[in-house]
Write a protein that binds this ligand. Structure first.
Ligand SMILES: Cc1ncc(COP(=O)(O)O)c(C=O)c1O
Length: 363
């Protein structure tokens, strides 16, 4: 069996060891004679899986007891609406920093519930984004109920290297495409959320982390399922949870822990990104990435070749060399290598070798 070099942006690579373990347990989870997917979410077997996943999130992210960890359905996109639904009202305002397509989607939902102050916007003419704003450029509202950022812009290949300082205003972070990839201080964040399908496991599960002081700010009168308090009070077991996703996330997190924790992930992620950016920057302009070095994503690395034809030829060659998912997002084209936690240095090296080979043949 040959495993592909998986550069998909999401759903994306899951560690082979995790997949193997899940495959082994598929017909008989720990002697129960069933898979965990066929097991009641009220059973002690599932309860152990569920709580272990929550505890691993807390441990790996250094959250301590200040935070509630929820595992919900509906992907990150549902959180775009649930966050303002829970915390923003028509007489209040929230800050949003617009750094890409996903920020824009979050802003659109927030406007349904209250005022939105765009504290910064890095959109260029033609609707593209290439930068993260500087602290000095932020027009923050000290009365904002929260300030929303997208920590890593999956489509445009930019990433906050240092999160903005919003004073007493809680940060809210969409960390869908870089959660668990680097160490950071969670304390300024009132809420963190992420779709699981990049660094945490399969799709179908969203991780939501809420700082405890935010709970008192949740609005009343919300529909039960859309109220974060319901899921906090019921330990994310109010209704049937996405049990397979929870089980897989637990296994991925155990793999993260066994491989040096988030700090271990960060170290190897930095090495992988340095390898790939250096292949781009040292190609004499054959491959280009125009993003300022300090704003470059270490998860989604975007680049262009001189013509669309060359890009197509390169992508075709990559596919025939067992490298998947390298086409840029359909909205911007080009090439994008998503090198999440589960993508190995070996895969990145293989890609860089192919890039060098292709450039030398075509230059
Ligand atoms: C940064 C970011 N936010 C949100 C989303 C949307 O996630 P979902 O498809 O889980 O709703 C994505 C999907 O790629 C993303 O990259």
């Amino acid at each position: 069996m040959t495993r592909a070099h998986n550069f998909y942006a999401g759903p994306s690579a899951i560690p082979a060891e995790v997949l193997q373990e899940a495959a082994q347990e598929m017909l008989d989870y720990k002697g129960t004679g069933t898979s965990i997917m066929e097991t009641s979410h009220r059973s002690s077997d599932f309860d152990a899986v569920h709580n272990e996943a929550i505890n691993l999130v807390k441990e790996l992210m250094g959250l301590g007891d200040d935070f509630e960890v929820l595992m919900l359905q509906g992907g990150a996109s549902t959180q775009f609406a649930l966050i303002p639904m829970n915390f923003l009202s028509s007489d209040a305002s929230a800050d949003y920093i617009n750094t890409g397509t996903w920020s824009k989607k979050a802003i659109k939902e927030a406007k349904l519930f209250g005022k939105v102050n765009i504290a910064a916007n890095t959109e260029l003419e033609g609707g593209v984004f290439r930068a993260i704003p500087k602290q000095a450029d932020l027009k923050l509202d000290p009365k904002a109920v929260y300030c929303h950022i997208t920590s890593n812009n999956t489509i445009y290949g930019t990433q906050w290297s240092q999160f903005p300082n919003t004073g007493n205003v809680p940060l809210v972070g969409d960390m869908s495409s870089d959660i668990m990839s680097r160490v950071f201080d969670p304390k300024p964040f009132g809420l963190i959320y992420a779709g699981a399908q990049k660094n945490l496991g399969p799709s179908g599960l969203a991780l939501v982390i809420i700082r405890k002081d935010m709970v008192a700010k949740i609005k009343s009168g919300l529909p039960t399922m859309f109220n974060y308090k319901t899921h906090i009070d019921e330990n994310s077991l109010y209704n049937t949870p996405p049990s397979f996703g929870v089980y897989m996330m637990g296994k991925v997190l155990k793999w993260v822990k066994a491989n040096g924790g988030v700090a271990g992930m960060e170290k190897i992620n930095n090495q992988k990104a340095a390898t790939l950016y250096s292949a781009i920057d040292n190609s004499n302009g054959f491959y280009t990435n125009v993003i300022a070095k300090e704003d470059r994503s270490r998860m989604n690395i975007v680049f262009n070749l001189k013509t669309e034809e060359l890009e197509k030829e390169f992508l075709k060659l990559a596919k025939s060399n067992n490298m998947l998912g390298l086409a840029g997002h359909r909205s911007i084209g080009g090439v994008r290598a998503s090198i999440y936690n589960a993508v190995s240095q070996n895969s990145v090296n293989a890609l860089c070798d192919l890039m060098k080979d292709f450039a030398s043949k075509k230059s």
